[in-house]
Design a protein around this ligand. Structure first.
Ligand SMILES: [Zn+2]
Length: 566
């Protein structure tokens, strides 16, 4: 039995309606409990800001495309080097660090849970291997179904139960967590050198539209009772005028009578552009936020960009090819057999670029114009919009109008006419930041029941204590204290164990991987379905029997079982 008592913590725990209360947190065997014995280790939080462990609900840190980003940027490997210390690994890299680099940096910032934004089912083993080398964060994998041939055939036949059965088989085979659709239909079209330009355009050779894929998968997701909703990267990412596609996509999402979330739209900043060309691009954040404000069943994340160098990586192959034609820099594209695609391109977001300045403003506008902070979560689509180490600056910008104004004064002079950022007075409070970085993520991902995102009795003791006396700090004027304070915790506690102290990781952790095993009625199970089996016999480079990820790849896997509606 291990016991720990965190004393004098200034706790913000939105899910339990606790806001800046000075209290003690007793912890036993990795869980929050009522009380501990007198022999418990004691940490004095000194009245500092204490939050549930941070959760990143969309980040690219593990798997083949992240690793290819590392291959492509040897120069980045010279940045951010740390030496071996005790059991701590050597790390290197800034925007695509080594797995340990990612894990240690998240730890020192108080983050304890991460959803990998995109895992190709066929390449799942590599993702899981890197999960085990991301030792301090519990991990989950968004599993790509956007260009899946078997799924598109089921969609074409309007067979939701079949689509659900294929999802169930695949998630349990590759130990995935949720359904991810990246540019649905478009990644398959890319295999033919094409793309789709609207949700109602036909995908080549499959006689289905992105709209049909999205609506069928939302129904399949609900049929399987998956903990998370469909996680969608909309069509037409990064194109001027794409806000129309995004609004059309949101209109596809059915009203949910029980208020349950049925769509998670990711990195919406990249999908909120007006105009017709790069010359007249402008912000449509108001239109997008208005739509989300009217639809409680939709949750989005910001996809904020921050200025500087980074690497873009996505399953959206055709988008990356367009980006390559714009920048003529290094470029990689990849097609994943019958499933999806990917592309990788380095970028530099510059204040001299009007387009980049408009993008920067849009991300913040989305967060500030969305009324309910549970509906717009803080993320940069790491590393696409910026490496996650920029989160503290984003928090500062959300909390201080003065900070935003100072930044706006340094941007391209045309930014003001194309955005509304300078007219927004809203300043987020501590509670809203806690929602946008942990409570909201836990709710959106469906992991509150796993003890994540809050500090109530029985919750996992993932705790972040920041050197910020939030009762005495005015974030509006003292935003430097906010951005500095969120960079390094005094203590990051993972399952009741201190893993980082004053910005230094001090022990090697042992994370878990959450995955979902949905059970479906025997009559729709696809394991023996000749059409499904044929895919492996005729097209895949691996046999069906070799496709599933063996348990050995998940030494600390945590299976969540769900039962499909009969
Ligand atoms: Zn992403």
């Amino acid at each position: 039995m291990t016991e720990l008592l965190v004393k004098n913590a200034c706790v913000i725990d939105p899910l339990n309606r606790i806001s800046m209360e000075i209290m003690d947190l007793p912890i036993r065997d990795g869980r929050i409990v009522e009380s501990v014995s007198s022999v418990a280790d004691v940490i004095d939080a000194q009245g500092c800001l204490t939050l549930p462990g941070g959760i990143d609900s969309h980040s690219h840190v593990c798997g083949t495309k992240v690793n290819f980003g590392r291959y492509m940027s040897p120069e980045d490997m010279r940045a951010g080097r740390t030496a071996r210390r005790g059991k701590m690994h050597v790390t290197s890299g800034y925007y695509v660090p080594t797995t340990f680099g990612n894990s240690y940096r998240y730890s020192t910032m108080g983050y304890t849970t991460v959803l990998e934004g995109a895992m190709a089912p066929l390449e799942a083993r590599h993702t899981h291997e890197e999960f085990t080398a991301t030792p301090h964060q519990d991990m989950m994998a968004n599993t790509l179904f956007d260009g899946n041939w078997a799924i598109m055939e089921a969609v074409q036949k309007h067979d939701v139960r079949k689509a659900a059965a294929i999802v169930a088989w695949t998630l349990s085979a590759v130990k995935g967590y949720s359904i991810k659709l990246t540019n649905p239909g478009g990644t398959e079209a890319w295999g033919w050198g094409e793309d789709v330009s609207s949700v109602h355009e036909q995908v080549p050779n499959f006689n289905v539209t992105p709209a049909e894929i999205i609506t069928t998968m939302i129904q399949a997701n609900e049929l399987l009772h998956l903990p998370h909703s469909v996680h969608l990267h909309c069509n037409n990412l990064g194109k001027p005028g794409n806000f129309q596609t995004t609004l059309e996509t949101f209109d596809l999402v059915p009203d949910s009578n029980n208020g349950r979330q049925t769509l998670y739209a990711t990195h919406v900043q990249f999908h909120a552009y007006g105009g017709t060309t790069w010359q007249n691009i402008n912000s449509k954040a108001e239109e997008i936020s208005r739509s989300v404000n009217a639809k409680p069943q939709i949750v989005m994340d910001m996809g904020q960009i921050m200025f500087g160098r980074t690497m873009t990586m996505t399953a959206d192959g055709p988008m990356e090819f367009n980006l390559y034609r714009l920048h003529h820099n290094k470029w990689s594209n990849h097609d994943v057999e019958l499933e999806t695609g990917s592309g990788i391109i380095p970028v530099l977001y510059s204040k001299k670029s009007l387009v980049n300045c408009v993008m920067w403003a849009i991300g913040l506008e989305l967060a500030l114009l969305t009324k309910n902070p549970y509906q717009c979560l803080l993320a940069t689509d790491n590393p696409n919009g910026a490496p996650f180490v920029k989160y503290p600056e984003i928090i500062g910008l959300l909390m201080s109008k003065r900070y935003r104004d100072e930044e706006c004064a340094t941007l391209h002079s045309g930014t003001g006419q194309r955005t509304v950022i300078s007219s927004i007075d809203r300043e987020m409070d501590w509670n809203e930041i806690a929602i946008m970085t942990r409570a909201g993520q836990a709710k959106a991902l469906g992991i509150i029941t796993q003890g994540k995102g809050h500090l109530g009795l029985g919750a996992e003791a993932d705790v972040a204590i920041y050197p910020i006396r939030c009762r005495d700090v005015d974030p509006s004027t003292e935003y430097r204290k906010v951005t500095e304070g969120f960079q390094k915790t005094m203590y990051t506690i993972k399952r009741g164990r201190v893993i980082a102290r004053n910005g230094e990781v001090i022990v090697e952790g042992a994370n878990s991987t959450f995955w979902v095993n949905p059970s479906v009625p025997e009559e729709i199970n696809v394991a023996d379905d000749p059409e499904f089996v044929k895919k492996f016999k005729e097209y895949y480079t691996v046999r069906m029997s070799n496709y599933p990820v063996q348990d050995v790849y998940l030494p600390r896997g945590k299976c969540i079982r769900t039962e499909a509606m009969r």
